[in-house]
Structures are given as structure tokens and as C-alpha cells.
Design a protein around this ligand. Structure first.
Ligand SMILES: Nc1ncnc2c1ncn2[C@@H]1O[C@H](COP(=O)(O)OP(=O)(O)O)[C@@H](O)[C@H]1O
Ligand SMILES: [Mg+2]
Length: 234
């Protein structure tokens, strides 16, 4: 599925290059559940954006199903993103003037599905996330935890094969956190690939593999019950 090869992502800050993420080789298999952990500023969001086709590397290749993602045209990359990927952003990115239902329906508008079917799917997901009574609420009329669940519903409504989630449990109470983790577990069981950035060690344990980032590089890989230092094992 994913292959990262000789990747380096640098930002320029007042003439100084800051390496936000680098790695020689990293593979993520179809159906794998990977957690990305590490301190703030260690490159987690950068890695997720590289995988999501949203940030071109300074050097190196990101392969997805045999295609070099950043050698495609912007239009082709956008199409792949819409068809195969679902994102949960750290900042939710909900549209403020749309209701919860409209926000969740949004990815379906582009698919040409009949409006009644769009509404049915979006309502079913929001129901499942305990937002039954909040369909008509705008983001600023929802709690942070509710906004997080609307964002997750919007991510899943398209039935993406790849789920890229940046701190999906960050703002949730224990019950909703558990719900989100169950949904991601279930997504993985049904064959989807999940890459989740998290600060939550308990959430990270749900993954098959944990990548620990430090200063923009993979410093450690934890495979369910065994640990390897990186440099060779990636
Ligand atoms: N647009 C940007 N311009 C300059 N530096 C950036 C930019 N985005 C991120 N960085 C830097 O890259 C590093 C990694 O950032 P990020 O991937 O957001 O880390 P994390 O998600 O682990 O907190 C940090 O040092 C951050 O300051
Ligand atoms: Mg981040």
C-alpha cells in the first residue's frame, strides 16, 4: 500500500532549513493499523500530511499502490484523496455555516449520489455517534467533543479505504473516546488502513504497530509486544 522512500521534508524559516520529517524507508501494509506517537513538534502531522497527498516532500517518494503520489498532477492526487482517503484533522475543519448533517454530507455531494441517499447515510452515522438530536446544529452550537464526532462521521461517510487521523481522541470524554477507538478498530477489521497520530498511550495500543517520532525521525518501532530501534527496521 504505502511506501516512503528517502523522504525528507524541510521547511524554510528565515533562511534556515528545519527538517520536519525524514526517513529512509517506511512501509505501511493494506489493512494495517499504525499509531504515530512522539512529542509535540516531532513531525507527526507532517508525516500524516505526506501520506495524505497534502504536502509534497522536499526529497524522496511517497508510493501509494504502486503510484508515486507526488509525481501525479494535482488533479489526479485530489481524485485519489477523495476516492480513497478520509482525514480527521486536529482542528476538525468543519464548515462553520453548515449544520452537522450538511457537514457530514459534504463528501457525498461530489459523488453524485441521490440527495435522499446522502442524507440517509449521513444521518445513520451521526446517529451511531450519539448525535441524533444535533443534526441541525452548526459547529459553534456543539461542544468540542461533539464537533470531533461530526468530523469523524464526515471522514467515514465516503467509506474510505485509508483513514488518516490526527489526534482523533484528543478532545473527548472517556465514553466518546472509547466509541472513536471502537470505530477505528472496526474500520481496520473490515480491511481499512488506519494511521492515527495520538498522545494517548492507551489509544496507541489499539494499533498493530507504533512509530515513535523524535526530532523528525522514527526513533522506535513498537510491534504489539516487541520493540525495535529504528534505522534498520523501518
Ligand atoms: N509551515 C511550517 N513552516 C515552518 N516550520 C514548520 C511548519 N509546519 C511545521 N513546522 C515545523 O516542523 C516540525 C514538525 O511539525 P509537526 O509535524 O506539526 O509536529 P507534530 O505534529 O509532531 O507536533 C516542527 O518543528 C514545526 O515547528
Ligand atoms: Mg501535530
Amino acid at each position: 500500500m504505502y511506501g516512503l522512500q528517502e523522504i525528507n521534508k524541510e521547511y524554510n524559516r528565515r533562511g534556515d532549513a528545519v527538517v520536519a520529517f525524514r526517513c529512509d524507508r517506511l512501509e505501511i501494509g493494506a489493512g494495517e493499523y499504525v499509531a504515530v506517537v512522539g512529542p509535540s513538534g516531532s513531525g507527526k502531522t507532517t508525516l500524516l500530511s505526506l501520506l495524505g497527498g497534502m504536502l509534497s516532500p522536499t526529497r524522496g517518494k511517497v508510493w501509494l499502490d504502486g503510484q508515486s503520489l507526488y509525481d501525479l498532477s494535482v488533479a489526479e492526487r485530489t481524485r485519489i484523496r477523495r476516492q480513497r482517503m478520509g482525514f480527521v484533522f486536529q482542528s476538525f475543519n468543519l464548515i462553520p455555516y453548515l449544520t452537522a448533517l450538511e457537514n457530514v454530507q459534504l463528501p457525498l455531494v461530489l459523488t453524485g449520489l441521490p440527495a435522499t441517499e446522502q442524507c440517509r447515510r449521513a444521518t445513520a452515522l451521526l446517529d451511531r455517534f450519539g448525535l441524533h438530536g444535533r443534526l441541525g446544529h452548526k459547529p459553534n452550537e456543539l461542544s468540542v467533543g461533539q464537533q470531533q464526532r461530526v468530523a469523524l462521521a464526515r471522514t467515514l461517510v465516503n467509506d474510505p479505504r485509508i483513514i488518516l487521523a490526527d489526534e482523533p481522541t484528543g478532545n473527548l470524554d472517556p465514553t466518546n473516546r472509547q466509541l472513536v477507538l471502537e470505530i477505528l478498530d472496526e474500520s481496520c477489521r473490515s480491511g481499512r488502513t488506519v494511521v492515527m497520530v495520538t498522545h494517548d498511550p492507551e489509544a496507541a495500543r489499539h494499533a498493530h504497530r507504533q512509530l515513535r517520532l523524535c526530532d523528525g525521525a522514527v526513533s522506535e518501532i513498537l510491534v504489539r509486544n516487541s520493540t525495535t530501534k529504528s534505522g534498520d527496521a523501518a
